[in-house]
Design a protein around this ligand. Structure first.
Ligand code: GLN
Length: 472
């Protein structure tokens, strides 16, 4: 798809294409973009028309999640506390996109500081799901998924700490990949829970995700957790098929709590993979039931420390308090953060405090190791794992927002992957009623090529990626 778009942009006018895109965005009711970079994007398009460059993404418009730093474009993490903050530098992934000729069209809405599963905790209000505007698009990269599914940008970047790329990809019927921890530099990604998160692509097709991965992955010395080694390539061999591939079906990821239509679509997907030459067998990830508790303790603990830097003095607009440091700092944070962010800072601070550190945080780290070992053991037997991405389809806006536990529970199949640091993709595999369902394919560390190859074979054999919602 992006390769067709690139050819079209060379043959026609990139400026005209972008003008049509902005017209569509400006009429949209999805509330998916937070800031548009119209002037710079149109300038770049005109330059491209005069003098086409030949990068991997030359002329291709892309939307960027609010929490990824963009030089000269506001980056506020959909939080009042960061309104007005304009970074003086680009994140590593943005440098890479620009070097390959991509054009940034704007920033997309998200749950405040990426804390959520529905894009409802944003200070800009909720984003709507293009398939049903009374439903959430998933989160926290809901804006990025909605703009791609709704035809407002051909591709986008999101970030995934516990499912935030895969959940909205699943709810919006598109492809989303969470790379192996360390494969994509986090330099310039505003940290929520830094030991868990990775930036990942959201696209219509698996090939487009592979193309974006070629661009954004690779070592970067400015992220101390960035993996060393040669840059990898994901396009060669992508269409080689999956004959002989062994797929594990984690028994803990099916059954109780999984919507029946979701379960059926995922099993149909597994049978499709079987018809393409793969075989499947049941496997066990026995510590799955502890994953949510461990994830939320670790994520909130890291958040409480990462968000300490937002005092309203260094970043964003200062909100008018002029008393002693403590009063000013508290007043700014009380006004600047929304309720979900405050809840997590408080719970995280509690889990890290003297006396509770061993009981909660250290224990969660031990559980994390057990969960990682579950995956390592499974990958001795099978090449990939398959499961539902989410146990449910998109839910109604407002339905769960006052019940944080029910929102946290929806992450049950995505958070173990972040705890283990392995890669996973969500690909559209059918519908529950009128709402899309995602199939999650999980690989071993740095097994992106195998994950993408299986997802590509699945996509080529099924029609779901072609289904488009009627929006506007
Ligand atoms: N829903 C999860 C959370 O709220 C994951 C969010 C994310 O991946 N950024 O922590």
């Amino acid at each position: 798809m992006l390769s067709e778009l690139k050819a079209r942009l060379l043959a026609e006018s990139c400026e005209d294409y972008l003008c049509r895109l902005f017209e569509r965005i400006e009429k949209s009711s999805l509330n998916a973009f937070t800031t548009l970079a119209k002037v710079s994007a149109l300038n770049e398009a005109r330059q491209f028309d005069k003098n086409p460059c030949h990068g991997l993404l030359s002329g291709v418009p892309i939307a960027i999640k609010e929490c990824i730093s963009t030089n000269g474009i506001e980056t506020n993490c959909s939080s009042r506390i960061l309104r007005g903050y304009i970074p003086p530098y680009d994140a590593h992934v943005i440098e890479r996109l620009k070097a390959e000729g991509a054009i940034i069209v704007g920033k997309t809405n998200m749950d405040e500081f990426a804390m959520g599963t529905s894009t409802e905790t944003s200070c800009f209000g909720p984003t709507k799901n293009p398939w049903d505007q009374s439903c959430v698009p998933g989160g926290s990269s809901g804006g990025s998924a909605a703009v791609v599914a709704g035809g407002e940008a051909p591709c986008a970047l999101g970030s995934d700490t516990g499912g935030s790329v895969r959940c909205p990809a699943s709810f919006c019927g598109i492809v989303g990949l969470k790379p192996t921890y360390g494969l994509v530099s986090r330099y310039g990604l505003v940290a929520y829970a830094n030991s868990l998160e990775q930036i990942g692509p959201l696209t219509h097709t698996v090939e487009d995700t592979a193309l974006l991965m070629e661009v954004i992955s690779g070592h970067d010395g400015r992220d101390s957790t960035s993996a060393e080694g040669e840059r990898r390539s994901y396009l060669p061999g992508l269409k080689d098929g999956i004959a002989g591939l062994k797929i594990g079906i984690p028994k803990e990821y099916f059954g109780e709590g999984v919507n029946k239509d979701v379960e059926k679509a995922v099993w149909d997907g597994i049978h499709t993979l079987e018809s393409l030459g793969a075989s499947w067998q049941e496997v066990s990830l026995p510590h799955t039931r502890y994953a949510l508790a461990a994830y939320y303790v670790i994520a909130m603990s890291e958040a409480s420390s990462n968000l300490a830097r937002f005092d309203g003095l260094r970043y964003g607009s200062r909100q008018g308090e002029d008393k002693d440091w403590h009063t000013t700092f508290s007043a700014i944070r009380a006004k600047g953060f929304g309720p979900e962010v405050k809840r997590r800072i408080m719970l995280g601070t509690y889990a890290l405090s003297a006396g509770y550190y061993g009981r909660y945080y250290l224990k969660a780290l031990k559980v994390r190791t057990l969960i990682k070992e579950d995956f390592l053991r499974a990958f001795k037997e099978v090449d990939l794992l398959a499961s539902p991405t989410m146990p449910i389809p998109a839910f109604k806006i407002g339905e769960r927002i006052n019940d944080p536990l029910s929102l946290y529970m929806a992450d049950v199949f995505t958070v173990p992957i972040n705890l283990a640091g392995v890669p996973a993709i969500s690909v559209p595999c059918g519908f529950a009623g009128h709402l899309p369902v995602g199939l999650q394919l999980i690989g071993p560390h740095f097994g992106e090529a195998a994950v993408l190859k299986a997802a590509q074979a699945f996509e080529a054999a099924t029609p779901f990626h072609e289904a488009k919602p009627e929006v506007i």
